[in-house]
Design a protein around this ligand. Sequence first.
Ligand SMILES: [Zn+2]
Length: 222
Amino acid sequence: MKLPRAISDVIESFEKLPGIGPKSAQRLSFYLLHVPQGELDKFAQSVENLKKGTVLCSICFTIDETSPCAICADPQRDHSTICVVEQALDVIALEKSGQYKGVYHVLHGRIDPLNNIGPDEIYMRQLFDRIHDHAARIASSAKGYGEPMEVIIATNPTMEGEATAMYIHKQLKVQSFDETQDKSEKLRVTRIGRGLPMGSDIEYADDITLQRAMEGRREFGN
Ligand SMILES: [Zn+2]
């Protein structure tokens, strides 16, 4: 029996989603046949608006309704502390844990050589540009020397997340952005970790664990 086109189209769309196999795609599609038309219209409308109603923040690349995002635009936040995460969902998780008062940088991925994802495939260069700009601003400001900057690397404690963290650390060590001042005075690179089990996702960690991981961050390499 050949499926009506209207059904097979929906099945095909579901199958493209991560974690949805052909059987689940079929089940979800047939389930939707029992949902009232009004609800289906609402569902379709919200999917249609998903990308139209959101933008990437031009500073931290998180997803919000405005650019700069609410966090980057907030003068109460500490803009010299940047927490680097893999995805926008991690920002939401860390914000929910409630303790962090700095800003973020969303990479939208991680370095994953097996899947051909290198630093150029994610928002890595933008991170280094941002750190350079910040350092330049501090150097040229009246206050100048002294205001230290911290980069907290909060990639997931997975193989790829660790590789990404190492890459960032190495690059920041290599890229000397101001020879006239002792770099260690101006840039701390830390890694969150304590309490986050190896192989886990920040997105799924509970608030207490995230709070502890943030408080227990260490200088990179120590
Ligand atoms: Zn932002």
